[in-house]
Design a protein around this ligand. Structure first.
Ligand code: C2E
Ligand code: CA
Ligand code: CA
Ligand code: CA
Length: 278
C-alpha cells in the first residue's frame, strides 16, 4: 500500500489497538520515523463560501511506515501524545507547514492561511510560541497567514503557560481556531479569554445537517459566533447538498471531500496555479 491513493491508511483491528505489544511496537517505530524521513504533510483546501475560492489549507500529517504501510493519524497521533514524541513531531509539522506556506506565498500563489493542528502537550513542553514565531520570521511568513487549531479540551485544560503562549502568538497576528467545535464542552468563556478567531464545526454535525436537530445546532453556532465576531468553517462537507445548505445558513468557509481531499504539496500547488487563472 504505497502510493495507491490518498485514503489507503492501514486500519488496525480493535483487537490490535488494544494490544499493548502492538502499541509498544508502533511507538518504537514512531521513535525513528522523524530521523528516517517517514512523515509527509498533506494539505486540504479550505473554501470561502462567498467567493468559492481556496483561502486556506489545513496541514494533515501522514506516516508512511516502510513495513506497515500508511498508518492513519487517528492511530498514531494518540501514541505520539502518549509517548511525548508529539513534541518533536509537532515541531517538524510546524516547520514544514510554515515553509510550504511561505514558498507558495513568495511565489505569488495567494494569501492563504495555513492551519496547523497542535496538541495540548506541545504547549506544556518547550517553547512552542517561540518556536512558531521564529519559524515565521526565518521563513518571512506574516503571522496572519498561520492558524493554530486547538481543541476545546486543550483550552479548558488551562495553564498559565498556555495563556501566555497564545497571547504571544496573538501579538504576532497568528489566528486561533477551535477544532471539532460542538463535541466538547458547553462552557464557552474560553472563546473570549483566548481571543478565538474562528470555530470549526465538527463534521458529525455536517454529516447530519439535513436533519433538523443538526441544522438547528449549526444555525445556533453561526449566530453565536457571528455575534461574537468569530468566523465559522464547516468540516467534512462531502456533498453539494451540504454545501448549498451551509451557504444558505450563512456559514463562512467549508472544508471536505466535496472540495478536495488532503493532497500532496505538489497537488495543492497545482490547484493554486489553476485558481490564479480563474
Ligand atoms: P482533524 O483535525 O479533525 O482533521 C480532519 C480529519 O477529517 C482529517 O483526517 C481529514 O482527512 C478528514 N476529512 C476531511 N474532509 C473530510 C470529509 O469530507 N469527510 C470525512 N469523513 N473526513 C474528512 P486525518 O487526516 O485522518 O486526521 C485525523 C486527525 O488526526 C485530525 O483530525 C487531527 O486531530 C489529527 N492530526 C492530523 N495531523 C495532525 C498533526 O499534524 N498534528 C496533530 N497534533 N494532530 C494531527
Ligand atoms: Ca482551520
Ligand atoms: Ca484540525
Ligand atoms: Ca476537526
Amino acid at each position: 500500500a504505497k502510493d495507491d491513493g490518498r485514503n489507503t491508511h492501514r486500519v488496525f483491528t480493535p483487537a490490535m489497538r488494544e494490544s499493548a505489544t502492538d502499541r509498544i511496537m508502533l511507538i518504537s517505530k514512531l521513535r525513528s520515523a522523524l530521523a528516517n524521513d517517514e512523515f509527509e504533510l498533506n494539505f486540504q483546501p479550505q473554501i470561502d463560501l462567498t467567493s468559492g475560492r481556496v483561502v486556506g489549507a489545513e496541514a494533515l500529517l501522514r506516516w508512511n511506515q516502510p513495513e506497515l504501510g500508511r498508518i492513519s493519524p487517528g492511530q498514531f497521533i494518540p501514541l505520539a501524545e502518549e509517548s511525548g514524541l508529539i513534541v518533536d513531531i509537532g515541531a517538524w509539522v510546524i516547520e514544514q507547514a510554515i515553509q510550504t506556506a511561505a514558498d507558495w506565498r513568495s511565489r505569488g500563489l495567494g494569501e492563504l492561511v495555513m492551519a496547523v493542528n497542535i496538541s495540548a502537550l506541545q504547549f506544556r513542553h518547550g517553547q512552542l510560541a517561540q518556536q512558531i514565531t521564529s519559524a515565521l520570521t526565518r521563513n518571512r511568513l506574516p503571522g496572519a497567514n498561520l492558524e493554530v487549531e486547538l481543541t476545546e479540551s486543550t483550552l479548558i485544560d488551562d495553564t498559565d503557560r498556555l495563556e501566555e503562549a497564545i497571547a504571544q502568538l496573538k501579538r504576532h497576528d497568528v489566528k486561533l481556531a477551535i477544532d471539532d467545535f460542538g463535541t466538547g464542552y458547553s462552557e464557552l468563556t474560553y472563546l473570549r479569554r483566548f481571543a478565538v478567531d474562528r470555530l470549526k464545526i465538527d463534521q458529525s454535525f455536517i454529516r447530519d445537517i439535513a436533519e433538523s436537530d443538526s441544522e438547528a445546532l449549526v444555525t445556533a453556532v453561526l449566530q453565536m459566533a457571528h455575534s461574537l465576531g468569530l468566523t465559522v468553517i464547516a468540516e467534512g462537507v462531502e456533498i453539494s447538498a451540504q454545501a448549498d445548505q451551509l451557504i444558505e445558513l450563512g456559514c463562512d468557509e467549508a472544508q471536505g471531500y466535496h472540495y478536495g481531499r488532503p493532497m500532496t504539496a505538489a497537488a495543492f500547488e497545482a490547484v493554486l496555479i489553476e485558481q490564479l487563472t480563474t
